[in-house]
Design a protein around this ligand. Sequence first.
Ligand code: MG
Length: 664
Amino acid sequence: MKHLILILACIFSFHTLQAQLLNKEAFSLLNLDYPGLEKVKEAYFDDKFDVAAQELLNYYRQRTGIVNPFLDLNHITISETEQKWADDALEHTFFVHNGYQPSYNYGKDINWQYWPVKDNELRWQLHRHKWFTPMGKAYWLTKDEKYAKEWVYQFTDWIKKNPLQQIDPVLYEVYDVDGVTGMAENVRFAWRPLEASERLRGQINQFTLFLNAKAFTPAFLTDFLVNYFKHARHTMDNYSQQGNHLLFEAEYVLCAGIFFPEFIEAPNWRKSGIDILNREIKKQVYEDGGQYELDLGYHLGCIDTFSAALKMAQENGYGNEFPSSYIETIEKMMLFSMHVYFPDYTYPCFSDARRPAPFSQVRNFQHWLKLFPDNEQLRYFATQGKEGKLPDELCHAAPVTGFFTFRNGWGQDATVMILKAGPKGEWHCQPDNGTFELWFNGKNLFPDSGSYIYGGNEEVWKKRNWFRQTRVHNTLTLDNKNLETTQSVTKLWKELPNAHVLVTENPSYKGLTHRRSVFFVDNSYFVVVDEAFGAATGTVTLHYQLCDGKVDIDKQKSLLRTRYTGNSNVVLRCFGPKDMRMEEEEGWYSIAYQQRTQRPAVAFNVEKSTSEPVRYITIIYPTKNAKKAPRLEARFLTPQFDEKGLEIEVALNGKKEKLGYELE
Ligand code: MG
């Protein structure tokens, strides 16, 4: 009899039935011998399914011992924004993406395939249901059933209209929107493993918040559990190949296994999550603590993922399933962050990173400190310097990741240059080796172009690709093309008597290698020596992208002076071959999705017609007032490019200083 019921339940897949009918399949997915489910088991074996479902709901409403560390039920708060998402959702206006505001309305009869702008993210992220947990909070705080009723309605509506059907897993990773049609088109958005796993996590919170609502009926519980099971199974069967998606998926599968141990498969989910995280932390995090996307936003995301998984495990008694090396690596990632932050806790928008609000990252350090309460450096940043201890070194190299920091202090008035010259990196990484951001006296003078937008149709890709170009970074190009190879080699990182020096080399193009030597002189200004050598010919260009605002440009002198309001300005002067031409270029930077700001950008062009190397010296002189800055001059003392070393002379108002190094 029971088998027959199960078969019938499978045949009449529950999408074809009314949502509020009991979904008996739920019982076959649970370990009915799990402690506390005795009454459920008894009723189930007596074929009293309504009673079994009611007993199951009673069990969950009274369940103790399972901790959801991501919600503190005694201190639930809802921000104004979350309240708006919750209220808008009652009208089917769904918050999907910050880049598309105000949010779109998805219709009285919800159209889950509505796609007003052909940006993949808009379609994918709809299926993350970002407004569901805010609805749960609104319900928890007001006990107003309208939120619960609407959540149950949307939840079941989503299940009904987004059936899971198997498609080629490759399609989940396709970024070209025109390539997939038919049924697979919706499945690839609604059931991309990243979105499915996000729902796994979100639904833990929604379950916690709505569990006692009237609308959360025994029948709905059975729907919920069957749907939840399907999500965990689907995510595990279709894990992303690699990268941050895989990490999120593993974390959420782990959380699913710990939060719903009643599922027969729960121990496998937990093990699967832990195994992947253990494996990936070794692969994705370099020895120096940097993450292999070379994107500081993703770096943070990974810290979150690794530490959230650990927290979930620890608080539910599974902490010892993670080895100590895992925990040590998380700490290393946190210390890496500290060195690549500016004094207002923002960080460079290298690769696809977006700029966090100033000081918003303090709270990260506060979370991190909870995990590592003995770390005095984390304490310093968590308390904004009130307690704890600063790192011993100002200048810092993460040589494997290729992030180099020149720094003369930690306060707002500090000068900080963070330069990126590392390995190829993963999907989010841009071909920008040698580029940098420079903070001086409270302002970012050379913000990275950023990423602006992710993938989508042709028009969206065109916008994205503009910001990815090598030529819109502070580095050197051949014929304005993107770098063909992005594999920088660090030749030198050293404290000299009068400067801190970095020498990094990238085999940028076939026949053209770019060596960049950066001197942070007297802890106050920078001298950047660029040498392009190899047999290739073409136009060699050195690019610099400034902050938005007024600048004076003197092409005759290859000189630029900013006239920004406030006390943070810069003078930049470039010295190159006689035929070097200074030109203005199109400049934009983006620190948030779909937002961009126009800014001045300049290029120093040299025609390279022989195998003779092209050499530049740029002095970048940050100053409170550019008008009062000294006269800048520089020249090579090494008569021609020498692989073994370099010597130059710079002069500020005629006061000469020699800079140089020898390589071993
Ligand atoms: Mg960039």
